[in-house]
Structure formats: structure tokens, C-alpha cells
Write a protein that binds this ligand. Structure first.
Ligand SMILES: Nc1ncnc2c1ncn2[C@@H]1O[C@H](COP(=O)(O)OP(=O)(O)OP(=O)(O)O)[C@@H](O)[C@H]1O
Length: 683
């Protein structure tokens, strides 16, 4: 038999098993749907017991349906043949036949670990590992590794060459795919690491950090669903573009209950996408802002009354500005959040009024403290004063007040330079129209929320908390941070609060950082992760995304900034070298358009056009007519974590000069392509 016909015979063999799995899946789906319908019927009786049972049944039926309805493509993707002659099939879900025999073993189950962990040196009893590739329900390819030739039974066939390489060369779409069929051993070690403490995964561009982090989330949910499902798992990433890019990976593995949030969305109710220019973002993210905000909360509100004067039993009691300021200082000195100090503020004012009344006392009138407290405390004028002088504070309003440069300068004394004050005040002004909140502002708003304490509920706009989860409950059981190298100190504080009692998976590449002061960020990060305890570390070294030709060009951008061993090794060669073109400024638009269209014509997948954050809108105009599903224009920060088959980097010098970490941003931009890269310089 020829090699091709042997392969076809093996494909037919696998097809028989795949057919059995889908038939069983259809039965299970029908059972779950029947259970759901029955449980609705059950609820009709409306006794409390029946309703409770209905809820339990419904919950169970929904979960089963959700899991079974996960994208059906590639449900069965692997097979292990063991030395004793047993074989198991591995899939995205576990499925059993009516006699409880495994038809398909979930990739996360202990039995499936050998699929990823076995090597020729350490075969774990596996003789042959087979990757099965399907289109819809049809098996289209199989590819084997023979791990232990000496123990292979007579007649065992070994076909195909390299499922990994086939997966890596496939065209990319606008959504990242799961990699369950081809997870590599070094990746699997990190995926299956214990849940507790902090699991830190580093590695260069394209080493699969994001893929590993998401598969680890799915693995942990599977291993300890009961513990993790309630408080939940949070995945934080750099931008909404990125979150949407990775959004289908977990559902494709049947996991729907993991929250994905970009840094601008961590606080409920706010979905900031705007970004500050690098200097302003640098100030807003720095740890100095904690003190600035704390002081800002201690300043009197802009329209606070400057004097309190009340008639009491024929005498005028008056608290002047200086005295009021003293009371305010002493209230803040205790460090309690101002929104929790309103009763104390009332008492402190009444106490001061009582002192005055006592000093003014004479023969005819001897005031009584309790009476004075009761009588004045109920006066409407006193209440009006209190509400204006010690109002409930709302984080966004406090930040808006800081658009007044004088106010900000007072809060920032000896912490920010005059120029820095100017930059911030401008970004938050003008106060009347209100600013568009930026991603960096979200961490400041969250910090203020923490410092000020919860305000009483007011208009929806001012109550960012509790829209998606239980109100005021924003902690998770496990937190995954992707592109962790880019979190500012203020963002670490914000994310840290979400995981004060959590275990963590932290994924990043220091070489790709766009944060100007890595040491400051590292301190904030250590602080955020401290409660979680011990760290375990994994380093991924193989770049699965870029062709070797493309990564060589990308690596040049940072060659003199980092030691060579910090850069990964790209394993795939295409023989297509990247191109560098130069265009005069007035030709740039036409050249960029031509190059992007040419790349799109040469691939089935996606094309990314990457430029500076400033030029994004302009470049989008140039490509307004192009098919937005094929050609995406993104700024340097939006390119973080993304991947395209073809990439055009427009104005690399501009990218490198964009910020103090511009060279690293250029490295990120140049390492986004899987197949073809064109660098378009401005001549
Ligand atoms: N074992 C694997 N099998 C198949 N594809 C893989 C494997 N590992 C990684 N990939 C693919 O390589 C590409 C890069 O992976 P990923 O985006 O997770 O890398 P990364 O380390 O997060 O990169 P960056 O630091 O640049 O954001 C993705 O398309 C991913 O699916």
C-alpha cells in the first residue's frame, strides 16, 4: 500500500470513532434538553420544594448544554496508544457511553496528561501519540509520533508529519484558536502547575504565553470547579481589541464562566478605551498618585461653605474658616475613608459649637451638651451645612475637581513638578464638559473608590460598582494577568484588590514592556501578589508565531537593550524574507495602501497595519475602503498580544521615538506576523 492510502485507511478508522462520539453527543444533548423541559414542568407545582428542585435541575441542565454546545469543531483531536494495547481518544470534553466507558477523555483529565508530557526519553507507556485534525465532523488528517518503537505492536501504522508545524502554518483569523491538540511539553508543565500561590510564566513574543494562560484557566476550572465557579476567574488583558481576539478560546473548551476584562474595564460600569499620551499616562500610572489622591480627598470640596453660623437660645454660634479647617484636618488625621466619616463629621461640628456655647454661658443660660447636640443636630440649616461641607464623595467627581491646576498643585505638592501638574490638569479639564476617561484614569478612580469608601447610591453614572456581579463584591478566586509587563503601579494596585485572597497566573515578557519605570512597577506588583504567597516560575523559549526570518528582523530592534538569551528561538522557516520599503511623506498613504492590499491578496488570513498611536486615525482613513475583516489598523499599544498573517509597520522610526520605551514597542510591532512582514519607512 502507498503511504497516501495507508493514511486514508487510518483516517477512515478514526472517522468511525469520531462518528460514535458525535452520535453519543447528540443523545446527551437530547437528554439534557429533556431534563430542562421537565424541570420547567416541575416548577409549575410552585411549592417551595418543587421550585428549589426545579432550580437545581435547571442549573444542571444548562451547564450540561453549555458544555456540550461548545464549538463542535475539533471535538476529538487526539489518541494515545499504550504499550499494553489499550488506546484512548482525547477531546475538548469528556464523553462516556451508556455503560460509562470513556469514548472521549477530557484533555484536562489526569489520563490525558501523557498526551502532552510523554517524550521518547520518558514515554509514560505511550507507544504512539496521534493528532487528529477535523473539519466540522469530518476527519481530514492524522499525524503521529512514535514514542517507543520497541514496544509498538505488530502492524501499528505511523503516518503524517508534524501536527505542530501544520497548526503553525495555518492562516489566522480574527479570533485566537485553542491549541489543545498541539500543546508542547514546556507549555503543559505551566498549564498543569498547581493552583495555589503565584504561577509566573515568562517568554518572548509568540511563545504561547497567552494560549498557555487561557488553557491553564480552563484546566483549573476543570480541576476545581466547585471552588472556582463561585467567586470566579478573572482574566485581565491590555485592550478590548485583544480581549475580543482571545474571547473564543475558553468557550471553545466549554468554559463560559471566566470573566475577560481589559485594563480599562476592570472597574464595573466603566469601559475606558481612550489612552493618554505617554508622558501623561506615565504620571497617572506612577505610585506617587496614591499620595496625591489621598491628599485630594482631604481638601475641602470646591464649593464648601467657609463659615457655619447658627442661632442657639439667643446667642450666635459661629465656626469660622480657620476653625472649620482644623476640624477637617483632625477628622482626616484618623485616616478613615471620608464616606464612612460623615457621622463623625457631624459630631465634631456639634462638639465645636458646644464648646462655644459653653464659653458664652452666663448666669441666665447654662447649656446642656446632650440637649445642644439633639437640638442643633436636627436643624435643617445644620444638615444643609453638613451636606455641603462634608459631602458624599464620588471618585469621578474628585478627579474632575483636580482639573483645577491650583487644587491639583496643592494635592501634589513636592510629589509632581509644575509641568506634570499642568499635563494632568489639562487631561481632566475642562471641568464643565467633563473628560473622556482614559484607561489610566480607571486605576485612579478605583484607588479613590478604595480611599473614599462607598458613597451612598446616587445616579447610575456615579455608581460604577456591581453591575455584573454581586454589588460591591469584586474579588475573584483566581486572577490571570496577561501582558503583565505593561501594568503600571496604579494598575497593579487595582488588579491586586480583585485578587486579595486569590491565586494568580501572571504572564508577560519584560522585554516587551512599555512602562518606563519597571522597578517601580515591580514593587507594586510584589505588593499586589504578596498575600498569595509562594511563586513558581516557568519560562517558555520557543517562538511559535513568527517565521525565523521575521523574528530575526524584530530581534534587531532590541538587540542592544537585552541579553540574547532573553529572546526566544523561532522554529519555523518560510524562506520569505521581510521587506523594508521607503516612501516620501506625500507617497506614504498610497504605498501603505498598496502594500496592505498586496499582503491581503497573498494570504487567506488577516493583515495588521501597525503604526504610532498618534497616526492611527490617519492610517485608518488611508484604508477606509479596504475590507475591515481582512485588514486591521492598530496603534502600537493596541498591537500588544495580537497576531496577523501579514503585517505592515508604518513609520518604524516614529514608533521608536513615540515614548521612552519606543524601541520595545517597535519590537512588539515587528513580532506580530506569522508569514509576511513589510516595514514602510518614511523617507
Ligand atoms: N503548542 C502550540 N500549538 C499550536 N500553536 C501554538 C502553540 N503554542 C503557541 N501557538 C500559537 O502561537 C501563536 C502565539 O501564541 P501567543 O499569542 O499565546 O504567544 P504570546 O507568548 O502570548 O505572544 P506575545 O508575547 O507576542 O503576546 C498563537 O497563534 C498560538 O496559537
Amino acid at each position: 500500500m502507498s503511504e497516501a492510502s495507508i493514511k486514508q485507511a487510518e483516517i477512515r478508522l478514526e472517522q468511525q470513532h469520531v462518528d460514535r462520539v458525535y452520535a453519543r453527543l447528540a443523545e446527551l444533548r437530547a437528554d439534557a434538553a429533556r431534563l430542562r423541559d421537565q424541570s420547567y414542568e416541575h416548577g409549575r407545582e410552585a411549592t417551595p420544594d418543587a421550585l428549589y428542585e426545579r432550580d437545581v435541575m435547571l442549573h444542571h441542565a444548562h451547564r450540561t448544554l453549555q458544555a456540550l454546545d461548545a464549538e463542535s469543531e475539533g471535538l476529538v483531536f487526539g489518541r494515545l496508544d499504550f504499550a499494553g494495547g489499550d488506546a484512548v481518544h482525547i477531546g475538548r470534553l469528556g464523553i462516556r457511553d451508556p455503560q460509562f466507558q470513556d469514548l472521549l477523555v477530557d484533555w484536562r483529565a489526569p489520563l490525558a496528561a501523557a498526551f502532552y508530557q510523554a517524550t521518547p526519553e520518558h514515554s509514560m507507556d505511550v507507544v504512539r501519540r496521534r493528532v487528529i485534525r477535523s473539519s466540522k465532523e469530518e476527519v481530514v488528517d492524522v499525524s503521529d509520533d512514535l514514542l517507543d518503537p520497541h514496544r509498538a505492536p505488530e502492524g501499528m501504522r505511523v503516518v503524517g508529519d508534524g501536527a505542530l508545524m501544520a497548526a503553525l502554518t495555518r492562516a489566522r483569523s480574527d479570533a485566537m484558536r485553542n491549541i489543545v491538540a498541539t500543546i508542547q511539553k514546556e507549555q503543559d508543565d505551566a498549564i498543569r502547575a498547581p493552583e495555589s500561590g503565584v504561577t509566573e510564566i515568562t517568554g518572548g513574543p509568540g511563545t504561547g504565553k497567552t494560549a498557555v494562560a487561557l488553557h491553564r484557566a480552563a484546566y483549573l476550572m476543570y480541576r476545581d470547579r466547585r471552588r472556582l465557579a463561585g467567586p470566579g476567574v478573572l482574566v485581565v488583558g491590555p485592550s478590548p481589541v485583544f480581549m475580543s481576539y482571545i474571547s473564543r478560546v475558553l468557550p471553545s473548551m466549554g468554559e463560559h464562566n471566566v470573566e475577560l476584562r481589559a485594563l480599562g474595564e476592570v472597574l464595573d460600569g466603566l469601559g475606558a478605551t481612550a489612552v493618554d499620551e505617554p508622558r501623561t499616562a506615565g504620571i497617572k500610572g506612577s505610585a506617587r498618585m496614591v499620595k496625591v489622591l489621598r491628599r485630594a480627598l482631604r481638601l475641602a470640596p470646591p464649593d464648601a461653605p467657609e463659615e457655619l453660623s447658627l442661632f442657639y437660645r439667643g446667642a450666635v454660634l459661629k465656626l469660622r474658616a480657620e476653625e472649620l479647617a482644623k476640624i477637617r484636618r483632625s477628622l482626616h488625621a484618623k485616616g478613615a475613608p471620608p464616606n464612612r466619616t460623615r457621622m463623625k463629621a457631624a459630631d465634631a461640628l456639634l462638639e465645636a459649637l458646644w464648646q462655644q456655647a459653653r464659653e458664652a454661658a452666663d448666669e441666665d443660660f447654662r447649656p446642656d451638651r446632650d440637649r445642644l447636640f439633639a437640638e442643633l443636630g436636627e436643624r435643617i440649616e445644620f444638615h444643609r451645612f453638613l451636606v455641603a461641607w462634608w459631602p458624599a464623595v464620588y471618585p469621578m467627581q474628585v478627579l474632575r475637581w483636580l482639573s483645577d491646576p491650583q487644587r491639583l498643585a496643592t494635592a501634589a505638592r513636592r510629589l509632581l513638578s509644575a509641568e506634570e501638574v499642568d499635563l494632568l490638569a489639562k487631561s481632566w479639564g475642562p471641568a464643565d464638559t467633563g473628560p473622556e476617561w482614559t484607561v489610566a484614569d480607571v486605576a485612579l478612580i478605583d484607588e479613590l473608590r478604595h480611599l473614599a469608601g462607598p458613597p451612598p447610591k446616587r445616579r447610575a453614572e456615579e455608581q460604577p460598582e456591581g453591575t455584573r456581579r454581586r454589588a460591591n463584591y469584586d474579588e475573584y478566586a483566581h486572577v490571570v494577568v496577561d501582558e503583565a509587563q505593561d501594568l503600571s503601579p496604579m494598575q497593579w494596585r487595582m488588579v491586586g484588590r480583585r485578587g486579595a485572597h486569590a491565586s494568580w497566573t501572571v504572564v508577560g515578557d519584560p522585554v516587551q514592556t512599555s512602562w518606563p519605570d519597571p522597578e517601580e512597577a515591580a514593587r507594586a506588583r510584589d505588593e499586589a501578589l504578596r498575600p498569595a504567597g509562594a511563586h513558581r516560575r516557568f519560562r517558555l523559549r520557543t517562538n511559535y508565531r513568527n517565521s525565523a526570518e521575521i523574528f530575526a528582523v524584530a530581534a534587531e530592534a532590541v538587540r542592544d537593550l537585552v541579553p540574547a538569551e532573553d529572546l526566544p528561538v523561532a522554529v519555523r522557516s518560510t524562506g520569505v524574507p521581510p521587506r523594508t520599503l521607503t516612501a516620501a511623506p506625500d507617497e506614504l498613504a498610497a504605498r501603505a495602501r498598496a502594500v496592505a492590499l498586496e499582503l491581503a491578496a497573498g494570504t487567506d488570513g488577516t493583515v495588521g497595519v501597525i503604526t504610532t498611536m498618534d497616526r492611527r486615525a490617519e492610517v485608518r482613513e488611508w484604508l477606509a475602503e479596504a475590507d475591515p475583516d481582512r485588514i486591521r489598523v492598530v496603534g502600537s499599544l493596541e498591537a500588544k498580544g495580537m497576531e496577523y498573517d501579514g503585517v505592515v509597520v508604518v513609520d518604524p522610526a516614529g514608533l521608536a521615538a513615540e515614548s521612552s520605551t519606543g524601541r520595545r514597542a517597535l519590537y512588539v510591532a515587528l513580532s506580530r506576523a506569522t508569514q509576511q512582514l513589510t516595514v514602510l519607512e518614511v523617507g
